[in-house]
Unconditional design. Sequence first.
Length: 94
Amino acid sequence: MKIPAKIKFGAHIVDVLIEEDKRIGSIAGEFNGWCEVIRINKTLSESLQSEVLLHELIEGINYYNQLDLHHQTIEIMGYQLLSIIRDNKLNFNK
């Protein structure tokens, strides 16, 4: 999956950073709505980076819409979305 440098959430532009530094070294990724940034751990495989991106996008949807989704639900949704997209070779740019 090609990971974009920016994602638009309504009126908000969120930077997507793939980085290897002390802030993110022990976690797969994070969404920070206050700073408008998604960070993804560079040391992860391409597949895991893709899953983390989907996970953090769901975190963003949860944050901006005050859905109060449980973290376990977000984890399951991220994993399942990636599986559906990959297993069915879905391409939304056609």
